[in-house]
Design a protein around this ligand. Structure first.
Ligand code: NAP
Length: 471
């Protein structure tokens, strides 16, 4: 089940937050950190959900600023209200007056570590199991994807809550049932997470359908760093819902390509999208790569065939179709053949885009990249031209394609100065978030025809679904 975790400053605040997510949350955790004396009975009377009362100090990753004695008193006071569960921090367990807890209030013995995941969570869990607690909770910060695995496979006779915090821990929150966890925490959509890496209740229930993920659910994944702002989960999970498939697409932030293979095996992942910076480094770990990926030198899709993992590339096809579907591009090509194209960037996307352009119109391609050596290696591979900053002024390209990350998400930077963008040229930005990057904005001001990376993203995703046999 999904538990909404809130850290209210008043009773009214608490009820407002609970009302905003009560349809999907079966239980409510009220964090007492900011208002230790909050009237839990008042809140319990106003809502019809079981309540877990929890109070965490900085040591636990929380914001309660009182002494240990005050923490103890806060928890004892909470137990006298109409709550069903009381979280007792593991370091209080030895001294906690369990005999003062009213009958009917169940104890959650909890270990919180906001810095790291210890080597053997099992030892700590066994220690907590020696108490009278009804539920055991282990929440620790994941510094790498592998930290999730320390909690994967833990079995407990009592209900167990096991999760990893931080961006690397997101799989343990979405796949909580696979982690034998009794519940997963989420925050109301219009309030801050109460712990790092926590997703909203809405995202857990509506995007991932976390409650419905069971042993039969086919898992698909997105691997990269970062991954948690990708549109992939919304898109693919929506597709699965439309097709009434018991499948889930889950983001995994990993530190290296080896972790991708580990995750594919551990979670029996059927297919995956690979994003920056692993599109090239994943290749040596795969059993086979298709011809397109081999020429491009980058893989953005993994397909599982039995035990074999096969690499494909759908970025190039996504770019090609996005271009062909754009009437502004068609008009431009009719005028001049072959056109001069300036590619900005020399990473995986740039390689796929050059491959697509060569297949389509074989234009005069020039590559400009922040790191010159990478641009030089790229032009050698694809037999095209390198252009340095000095050459940009005279180039006067017909088409400019941004295949760098400059301008992505909240980054306000431009991959190229305004003076290098000829008025009336065609500017394609592979970035789709935000839809209008600083480059696209500038190009529009110079009367250029523009296209964002959204269609490229949608078409490449469509190809991924086909490769996974889902379209
Ligand atoms: P990548 O392999 O990591 O390459 C990143 C490229 O961006 C490198 O050339 C890098 O230059 C350059 N770069 C990064 N930050 C920069 C900055 N602040 N200023 C100038 N250059 C910068 O990544 P990728 O997979 O090629 O992706 C590149 C972009 O394409 C991303 O924004 C990604 O979202 C987009 N993309 C979109 C789609 C789509 O479907 N729409 C598909 C794939 C990629 P250095 O070599 O100097 O580090």
């Amino acid at each position: 089940m999904i538990c909404a975790s809130i850290m209210p400053e008043s009773e009214i605040d608490a009820i407002k937050l609970i009302r905003s997510c009560e349809e999907s949350a079966k239980v409510i955790e009220i964090r007492l950190d900011l208002k230790p004396d909050i009237d839990l009975t008042y809140i319990a009377n106003a809502i019809n959900k079981p309540i877990i009362a929890t109070c965490l100090t900085a040591r636990d990753g929380g914001r309660f600023a009182g002494s240990l004695k005050q923490l103890n008193d806060t928890l004892l006071n909470a137990a006298r209200h109409k709550i069903q569960y009381l979280t007792i921090n593991h370091y209080l367990l030895g001294k906690f007056p369990f005999n003062k807890i009213p009958r009917g209030v169940k104890i959650i013995a909890a270990y919180h570590n906001p810095r790291s995941t210890p080597k053997s969570p099992g030892k700590i869990i066994t220690e907590m199991a020696r108490t009278k607690a009804s539920v055991l909770k282990f929440a620790s910060h994941a510094n790498s994807f592998n930290d999730n695995l320390k909690l994967f496979g833990i079995r407990s006779k009592r209900p167990f809550i096991g999760l990893c915090m931080g961006e690397n821990g997101v799989p343990s929150r979405i796949l909580y049932k696979r982690f034998n966890s009794w519940l997963t925490f989420g925050h109301p959509a219009d309030s801050q997470p109460s712990a790092e890496g926590q997703l909203s209740v809405k995202t857990l229930s509506e995007v991932y359908k976390a409650d419905k993920i069971n042993a039969k659910t086919r898992l698909y994944a997105l691997f990269g760093k970062p991954v948690n702002h990708s549109a992939g989960p919304n898109l693919f999970n929506f597709q699965f819902e439309q097709q009434k498939m018991n499948a889930a697409y889950v983001p995994f932030q990993v530190n290296n390509a080896r972790e991708i293979i580990t995750a594919m095996k551990k979670f029996n992942i059927q297919g995956a999208s690979i994003t920056a910076p692993f599109k090239t480094t994943i290749i040596p770990y795969l059993d086979e790569v298709c011809r397109d990926s081999e020429v491009i030198g980058a893989v953005n899709t993994i397909v599982r065939r039995g035990n074999r993992l096969i690499g494909h590339n759908t970025d190039w096809a996504g770019f090609q179709i996005a271009l062909l579907e754009d009437s502004a591009y068609e008009g431009l090509i009719g005028k001049k053949t072959p056109p001069t194209v300036l590619i900005l960037g020399a990473g995986g996307a740039a390689r796929a885009i050059i491959y697509a352009l060569k297949e389509l119109i074989n234009p005069n391609i020039f590559v400009y990249n922040r790191t010159t050596e990478k641009a030089r290696a790229l032009v050698k591979r694809f037999k095209c031209n390198h252009v340095g900053i000095k050459g940009l002024k005279d180039l006067k390209p017909d088409i400019i394609v941004n295949a760098t990350s400059a301008g992505m998400n909240l980054d306000n930077s431009l991959p190229i100065e305004a003076e290098f963008i000829p008025a009336g040229s065609y500017v394609f930005d592979a970035i789709y978030n935000p839809p209008e990057t600083p480059l696209i904005k500038l190009a529009k001001e110079k009367n250029c025809r523009t296209q964002s990376g959204l269609n490229m993203f949608l078409f490449q995703a469509h190809h991924q679904l086909m490769l996974w046999g889902l379209k």
